[in-house]
Design a protein around this ligand. Structure first.
Ligand SMILES: Cc1cc2nc3c(=O)[nH]c(=O)nc-3n(C[C@H](O)[C@H](O)[C@H](O)COP(=O)(O)O)c2cc1C
Ligand code: SF4
Length: 514
């Protein structure tokens, strides 16, 4: 009998909707002698509305079934393509086929902890190239690719690396920011769970480029699966000589550790993250000095997001031009876009920059899950702007978003239907800032609390015009007087809500009961 391979994700998103039960049901079929299949636990492909997505290897490709429950397993293994949950060949599903998977090409495809699977699917090619190159040439390739930091600010990665490479010090570090605190984002987690060797490869290349021999990955404490997967992958990479004192036999060294984060949004801000890694409370350090010159333990440090580092092996393997030729304007390469909130088909879309927000929400998303009309989206995390549908033709690109008062940040798109109350969302922005403030500066620490109180007065219809003017005033103080972008960007969600949805703030005073 032919042994077929069955693929089931062990990614946190898939596990949360029952992928573990599905895998156990397949194991039970095998144990009972009713099926002759081997099981590979993958990451997720990011088609979340189909999770748990079970795939069966066939000569034509992988046949998908979803969303699957444990009860469906016997029928699927017996009926194959004739089963009603069959969605056809996974790679042919238009939602996936129309994407340009560069960073996520292997995610959901391979066994995340098999280095041989990784290599068979193109892994380690970039690192091998880098080991043959001078550090300056690696930095030049990353610069020429046009790669900008995917963690939010979009700072050119090559320029950051050049600063660290040019610094003189007894030690240098590479730190990966895997704190991923933005609302509606999960790409960092998915990558660490689905293709951890890619991140490790990117970090080793960064170390070679800047002259660092030690790296840390700071993983959000809410990501236990990603943390475990990464730790295991690091152990496997060490044992295989991909990490350690003799990288792939080159005589070059790079050691890597995964550390669990402290559980605060501000620990994603790079200087707070460094404080936290040093064992201190996560509070923002004033810049300058830049972490590139005075970072972890006072040494020159590259701090990059997971997705920035994970883009690097492809740049080295396929060439800077390959990456640069994707995208538009100054936004080069691909962006992993995370579609979440009240949306019918949420998940991860990787496309070259330049597709419109409408394509993301309407074509990929398929509208809202509730079936009501889309009213707003928030792009770029909790500090991103709330946009009405009239801005949906904006191309997904750093500059196009900025020119309309928005930001793409880490690529999170959260969808709301027409039942959303933008006053409540604006209040939430202040409340979020008050809750997550590191407390170092007064505008953010106190101003955000005053913002919540003022919003509550507007909601009660109390001197609405005066209080709206006060909100604008507070936003200006927060924007101009905050030390970091938490306080400094809180005005973006608040004012975008106010400017694009003024009707939600037009509250009438409550009439006292007789
Ligand atoms: C309040 C705040 C939270 C942040 N959270 C994250 C985060 O979770 N992950 C991340 O990569 N960058 C985060 N950033 C941006 C980092 O400070 C930093 O710019 C980034 O990690 C640099 O990497 P990149 O150049 O690869 O984007 C945050 C910034 C601020 C101000
Ligand atoms: S703006 Fe807020 S989070 Fe940032 S340094 Fe000031 S108090 Fe801390």
């Amino acid at each position: 009998m032919t042994i077929r391979c069955v693929y089931i994700p062990a990614d946190a998103a898939a596990l949360s909707v029952g992928a573990g039960d599905v895998a156990r049901a397949v194991e039970a079929e095998v144990a009972a002698g009713r099926a002759d299949v081997s099981i590979v636990r993958t990451g997720s492909r990011g088609l979340f509305w189909l999770e748990p997505l079970l795939e069966i290897e066939t000569p034509e490709g992988r046949l998908g079934f979803g969303p699957v429950t444990a009860e469906d397993v016997t029928g699927i293994l017996a009926a194959g393509a004739d089963h009603p949950l069959c969605v056809g060949l996974v790679e042919e599903i238009p939602w996936l086929k129309s994407q340009q998977r560069v960073t996520f090409a292997r995610c959901g495809v391979i066994d995340p902890l098999s280095l041989s699977d990784y290599e068979a699917h193109g892994g380690l090619k970039g690192l091998r190239r880098a080991l043959d190159m001078a550090p300056d040439d690696i930095v030049a390739a990353v610069t020429a690719s046009g790669l900008r930091g995917r963690g939010g600010a979009g700072f050119p990665t090559g320029i950051k690396w050049r600063t660290v490479a040019g610094a003189t010090a007894d030690r240098k570090y590479v730190v990966c920011n895997a704190d991923e605190g933005d609302s509606g984002t999960f790409a960092d987690r998915m990558l660490m769970e689905g293709d951890p060797f890619l991140l490790i490869e990117g970090m080793v290349i960064a170390g070679l480029a800047v002259g660092a021999t030690k790296g840390f990955v700071y993983v959000r404490s809410e990501y236990p699966h990603a943390f475990r997967k990464l730790r295991k992958a690091i152990g496997i990479a060490q044992a295989a000589g991909m990490l350690g004192r003799n990288i792939l036999g080159s005589g070059r060294r790079f050691d890597l550790e995964a550390r669990l984060g402290a559980g605060a949004y501000i620990c994603g801000e790079e200087t707070s993250l460094l404080e936290s890694l040093e064992g201190k409370r996560g509070q923002v350090r004033p810049k300058p000095p830049l972490p590139a010159l005075h970072g972890l333990f006072g040494r020159p440090t590259v701090v990059n997001n997971v997705l920035s580092l994970a883009a690097v092996p492809t740049i080295l393997a396929e060439g800077a031009e390959y990456y640069r030729d994707l995208g538009v304007g100054r936004s080069r390469g691909t962006m992993p876009i995370q579609l979440a909130g009240n949306v019918r088909r949420g998940g991860l879309i990787e496309r070259a920059f330049g597709l419109t927000l409408r394509e993301i929400v309407e074509d990929y998303g398929g509208g809202t899950r509730t079936g009501r009309p889309v009213r707003a989206v928030q792009v770029g995390g909790p500090l991103g702007a709330y946009w009405p549908t009239s801005l949906f033709d904006t191309p997904f690109d750093y500059e196009a978003f900025a020119s309309r008062g928005g930001m793409i940040g880490h690529g999170g798109v959260v969808v709301f239907d027409d039942s959303v109350d933008l006053l409540r969302q604006a209040r939430f922005a202040f409340a979020f800032c008050a809750f997550e403030s590191c407390g170092k500066c007064t505008p953010c620490r106190i101003g955000s609390t005053r913002g919540v109180e003022t919003m509550d007065r507007i909601a009660r219809g109390d001197r609405v015009a005066d209080n709206l003017a006060l909100v604008r005033d507070l936003c200006e103080v927060l924007r101009d007087g905050s030390l970091c972008a938490l306080g400094g960007l809180t005005h973006v969600p608040v004012l975008s809500a106010l400017d694009h949805f003024p009707e939600d703030f037009d509250r009438q005073p409550a009439v006292a009961a007789e």
